[in-house]
Design a protein around this ligand. Structure first.
Ligand code: LLP
Length: 439
């Protein structure tokens, strides 16, 4: 017989562990004071709900933990214009990895001079766009990219401010698919090659070498890998300066993890301390590129139960109207997201052990396995938690499923909330398809 997973946090614990969530005895689950049932009634499900209030709180917490360090929000985590505008208004810069993200950041009010351009495969067109936008810094990942950037900058008659992204060969201790700083990963310049390339960059036309960048992975929950990477970069800074080369800035990347299941995770001040311990004494301009920590807990995915399969099942399978095409993380990385009922009546019921799946025709379309969840009638609502980062941005239209609606909760808005993305339609999905004319 199936038994409960012992370490599984209960719905009450999941709610208690999140500052923005509260269970109201009548209105059910509230997100920053707004009843989620009301949002679902108005806009349907699946529906992404993001709280600008939580986002601002988190940004301010992070900023307070690292005075003097410039924060470039990693746009890839959630690139909705409304969120970017909130971040821009808070004074955050942006870390972008494509021409599209660059245009989104600029469109949302992030000044070019507050944008860092990262990424392993920037095209010449994207490099030219970055220079035209006056970005603060381009994080160059290879000798080949450096040569291409030098050529593009010279064609434009300008100079690119460059940081070399180094690969320190540090295992971040996270999921293999989101590790980026091991020697075999595709990112960054091997540490042993970095000094020679920096010296070359310093002499290259069209290039001004201003510093170094490092990013070893995402959802990092221990301080040791950060410390190892930053110490390696600090040694490199000292070595370069010893050769008479100028190093003004170090971009410490992102990667700060969040406790999806209540597991231990480090806090911003511990991350900040690891940066200061390694690099604080070197008279550098320091910057970070966090994504997940800022927006992950600021968003959730609302879904409805289509039906629960019980007949002939080892344990019930609750089938939701949200699926792997909406939230890809469980299928891609075996990620764990809390799932809690929304209605007060359901929150009060005794939970049973279930699997929670979507309707997509793939065995990997299971959003949560072996969870204690209250028995839910058809059409009951659930909230899939901590879905603000790498959620909506990674959605696809697989199985001809259009993009879900998105709602922003924001106490600065009249009414406290706004639809920020209408639910997509089937016709929108095929709008750009071309039926070839036949003779
Ligand atoms: N900087 C660079 C160069 C990055 O590649 C990333 C993330 C970040 C900053 C932001 O990292 P964060 O603070 O969000 O951990 N889709 C995966 C995560 C991929 C992260 C990619 N790079 C997931 O859902 O877990």
């Amino acid at each position: 017989m199936d038994v409960a997973v012992p370490d599984e946090p209960s719905a009450a614990e999941l709610i208690a562990g999140r500052a923005g969530l509260r269970a109201h005895p009548m209105d059910g689950l509230l997100f920053d004071g707004v009843p989620l049932a009301g949002i679902a009634a108005r806009h349907g499900t699946p529906c992404w709900v993001t709280s600008a209030d939580t986002l601002r709180r988190r940004f301010r917490t992070l900023r307070a933990a690292m005075p003097g360090v410039t924060i470039h929000y990693a746009v890839k985590a959630n690139d909705h214009l409304a969120l970017l505008a909130v971040m821009a208004a808070e004074g955050a810069g942006a870390d972008v990895v494509s021409g599209g993200e660059l245009l989104r950041a600029v469109r949302s009010g992030v000044p070019g001079g507050s944008i860092v351009f990262s990424g392993v495969g920037k095209t010449r067109g994207e490099l030219a766009l970055a220079l035209a936008s006056g970005v603060a810094q381009i994080n160059v990942e290879s000798e080949e990219e450096l040569l291409a950037l030098s050529a593009v900058a010279q064609e434009r008659g300008g100079t690119a401010q460059v940081a070399l992204r180094v690969n320190p060969d540090v295992d971040a201790g996270t999921h293999g698919k989101i590790s980026t700083g091991r020697a075999g990963d595709k990112f960054g310049i091997p540490l042993q090659d970095a000094a020679a390339l920096y010296a070359r960059a310093s002499r290259m036309p069209g290039i001004r070498a201003i510093g170094l960048a490092v990013h070893i992975g995402s959802q990092i929950r221990a301080v040791a890998p950060f410390g190892a990477a930053y110490r390696a970069v600090a040694d490199l800074v000292v070595g370069l300066r010893g050769q008479g080369l100028g190093v003004e800035t170090v971009d410490c990347g992102g990667g700060l993890g969040i406790p999806y299941a209540g597991e231990p995770a480090i806090l911003p001040h511990a991350w900040a301390a690891s940066i200061q311990a390694a690099l604080g004494g070197l008279d550098l301009h320091l910057a970070v590129e966090p994504g997940r920590w800022l927006v992950g807990p600021a968003g959730l995915l609302l879904a409805s139960v289509i039906r629960t399969r019980r007949a002939g099942m080892a344990r019930p399978i609750v089938i939701l109207d949200a699926a792997m095409n909406d939230l890809a993380r469980p299928a891609l990385y075996d990620a764990w997201h809390g799932v809690v009922p929304v209605s007060a009546a359901c929150l009060a019921r005794t939970p049973e052990l279930v699997d929670i799946a979507g309707p997509v025709c793939e065995s990997s379309d299971v959003l949560a396995r072996r969870r204690m969840l209250a028995p839910l009638p058809d059409d009951a609502l659930v909230a899939i938690l901590d879905a603000g980062a790498y959620g909506a941005v990674m959605s696809s239209s697989y199985n001809a499923r259009p993009p879900a609606a998105q709602v922003l909760i924001d106490s600065h808005l009249p009414g406290g909330q706004a639809l920020i993305r209408a639910p997509g339609t089937a016709a929108e999905l095929w709008a750009a398809e071309i039926l070839p004319a036949r003779a």
